[in-house]
Design a protein around this ligand. Structure first.
Ligand SMILES: *Cc1c(COP(=O)(O)O)cnc(C)c1O
Length: 404
């Protein structure tokens, strides 16, 4: 027994020296510590410079340490940090007003992450069906290969088995169908269906966009059958796809969207935006969050949304996304290891025949940071202010590492 314990400790020490120290090893970490950032650039401890084409997984949409957001944050740090949601928080009301003025929505709830936003969306949909519409509906239909988060409800909503492995028993009331398959969805929907929840572009699932006619048919199905439509915009929102929100590409309006990643430019914050008819489903005491929408977080949200909308960054993302796609297609034409290059705005995937982990490390060694989306797809998520010169630099490194 004693021996077993000791060898377990020895193994633990080995992984400590490999990075992460006393942290639980929930992430496979690169042996790289980034200590400074500005715009599209990052620097490591040794002073090496990197071109960042992952933006902390679609978080730093305005680049690192964006000046206007920094100013708002520092200003708020001097005034007030926290008072609880038992008081009015003017920053929170103003941030919410910016989100509703620039979307389909009328009512906002602030939380702290994407999983929490989806958790709130699921709870709001069920509570609306049960307390306002009086249908008793509870089931949430989601899609294979989707990703909605790591809490028990949101990992259950996620259509990938690896995310659920070892966490049984899972909450009830979720059902999964193939993405972009209307017949499968029509078959899955019943008089128990409270909501359909989907990503307009499956991001973690490999950069797969929903088809326009499919999304319009889903909206119609929801309207006909009293089902709510939840769009998970945690990764696709905040200008990423070339619109402020990805649903805008589809000519429909959802009932609820969830936001997080790009919403705070790197400050942790999440939100849901919902239609007016859902407002009364979340009365006092029904849902809450101690930290949701603090004066600091919502000062950051305000500055982030003002910058994205005011500087027309979604349009810029659309233009730069087209440039990135066309440059990649040109540079990778004839490369037999590349299966497909696809994307919407500045969320772009390069699907390869083989796993891409080695190519990602090779790019890192050449000073370019990218991420995968599933085993075979290299995912590119530059910030919305990326320049053509930076895109050219990234494309030439990507051409080198995919040729090897
Ligand atoms: C990242 C992500 C989440 C989870 O967000 P967290 O902030 O990590 O909880 C949920 N949905 C989508 C689409 C995401 O990309």
């Amino acid at each position: 027994m004693g021996d077993t314990k000791q060898s377990a400790a020895a193994t633990a020490v080995t992984s400590v020296t490999e990075g992460g120290g006393p942290l639980l090893p929930t992430y496979g970490r690169y042996p790289l510590a980034l200590v400074k950032g500005e715009g599209s650039r990052l620097w490591d401890e040794a002073g090496n410079r990197y071109l960042d084409f992952m933006s902390g997984i679609a978080v730093t949409n305005l680049g690192h340490v964006p000046p206007k957001v920094k100013e708002a944050l520092v200003g708020q740090l001097d005034r007030l940090w926290h008072v609880s949601n038992l008081f009015r928080i003017p920053n929170q009301e103003e941030a919410a007003a910016l989100l509703t003025a620039n979307s389909f929505g009328d009512a906002v709830f602030f939380c702290n992450s994407g999983a929490e936003a989806n958790e709130a969306a699921i709870k709001l949909a069920r509570r609306y069906q049960q307390k306002v519409a009086g249908t008793g509906r509870y089931e949430i239909v989601t899609f294979r290969n989707s990703f909605h988060g790591r809490t028990l409800a949101t990992l259950t909503a996620t259509g990938q088995d690896k995310v659920k492995d070892g966490f049984a028993p899972l909450p009830e009331g979720f059902r999964y169908v193939a993405f972009n398959d209307l017949a499968a969805l029509e078959e899955a929907v019943t008089d128990k269906t409270a909501a359909i929840m989907l990503e307009m572009v499956q991001a973690e699932g490999g950069i797969h966009a929903a088809e326009r006619s499919y999304v319009q048919a889903i909206r119609k199905l929801c309207d006909e059958q009293g089902i709510l439509l939840i769009v998970d915009e945690v990764q696709t929102g905040m200008g990423r796809t070339g619109k402020l929100f990805a649903y805008e590409h589809y000519g429909i309006e959802p009932d609820i969207i969830s936001l997080a990643k790009g919403l705070g430019s790197g400050f942790p914050v999440g939100a849901i935006v919902a239609r007016e008819k859902l407002r009364e489903a979340f009365g006092p005491g029904s849902h809450g969050s101690t930290f949701g929408g603090t004066p600091i977080a919502t000062a950051v949200v305000k500055a982030t949304v003002e910058t994205i909308v005011g500087d027309k960054l979604p349009e810029r993302a659309a233009e730069m996304g087209e440039y990135l796609l066309s440059r990649l297609r040109e540079a990778l034409a004839g490369n037999e290891t590349v299966v497909d290059v696809r994307g919407l705005g500045l969320i772009v995937g390069i699907e390869c025949k083989e796993p891409v982990a080695d190519r990602i490390t090779a790019a890192q060694k050449k000073g370019l940071l990218v991420i995968s989306a599933g085993p075979n797809v290299i995912r590119l998520l530059p910030n919305l202010l990326v320049t053509k010169e930076e895109i050219d630099e990234a494309v030439s490194i990507l051409a080198e590492v995919t040729a090897e």
